[in-house]
Design a binder for this molecule. Structure first.
Ligand SMILES: C[S@@+](CC[C@H](N)C(=O)[O-])C[C@H]1O[C@@H](n2cnc3c(N)ncnc32)[C@H](O)[C@@H]1O
Length: 225
């Protein structure tokens, strides 16, 4: 494997010195996309939030600011990511408002129905079995809660260099909507950035009795765009 390819594998699972460098690069380089994505969802001050594939932990910090009376957990299967996320959010971990665990999305170490919101920024490209993993995310979300996905890449075309270099899967809004529906989510709303590349998708775990829709607070079922 050439040296550049080896370095970029750290986006999939940060490891060692290269992983630590990549985590700092991702905290800086993904920030504009994350801020745009976060502007698309409603977060209540007391929400319990899970950030999956939390990487360098910058989005945990953003989420803690958006939920000042809530708690934010991060999970990542890379020990390097967990360590960096803990360092970045040390003060809030000490205050008991944040926690970071090493775990795969395929087997989340949380009880059913714990979270109001689960987020996944720039990570689903690497998940091993999207349908199974979305169902596992759905398990840990409360009824009426939201799963929020935010990606910088939303089309395989034009991204061939990266799919080869990093060995990742890029999903369109149609792919994601179909798999989310199959995994039992409803009220799926897709938002595309005017740059034509960035995509975020919010999906709701249905209530036993249908109620307000968290992505937009209106009483209706979203159309899949
Ligand atoms: C490209 S980084 C994105 C990190 C961060 N969310 C961000 O936006 O900067 C992808 C992260 O997802 C993690 N990841 C990939 N597959 C995972 C899985 N199956 N379970 C848990 N974490 C995973 C990687 O270890 C890495 O830290």
């Amino acid at each position: 494997m050439n040296i550049l390819k080896k370095f970029y594998q750290n986006t999939r699972r940060p490891e060692g010195i290269g992983g630590r460098v990549m985590l700092s690069m991702m905290n800086a380089g993904h920030n504009a996309n994350a801020i745009w994505g976060l502007s698309q969802i409603e977060i209540a001050p007391e929400d319990e939030i899970l950030d999956i594939g939390c990487g360098g932990g910058r989005n945990i910090a953003h989420l803690l600011r958006r939920a000042p009376a809530g708690r934010v957990y991060g999970v990542d299967y890379s020990p390097e990511s967990v360590e960096k996320s803990k360092r970045v959010n040390k003060a809030e971990i000490i205050r008991g408002r944040a926690d970071v665990k090493q775990a795969s999305v395929s087997s989340l170490p949380f009880e059913d129905g714990k979270f109001d919101i689960a987020t996944a920024f720039e990570t689903i490209y690497f998940w091993p079995d999207l349908l199974h993993d979305f169902m596992e995310v759905r398990r840990v979300i409360k009824e009426g809660g939201i799963f929020f996905i935010c990606n910088e890449a939303s089309r395989p075309e034009g991204n061939e260099k990266w799919t080869k270099m990093i060995d990742l899967s890029i999903y369109t809004k149609e792919d994601l909507s179909r798999i989310l529906l199959k995994a039992g989510f409803r009220s799926i709303s897709c938002h595309e950035h005017p740059n034509g590349k960035w995509l975020c998708v919010a999906a709701r775990k249905p209530n036993a009795a249908e109620g307000n829709c968290r992505p937009c607070s209106k009483k209706h079922i979203h159309r899949i765009e």
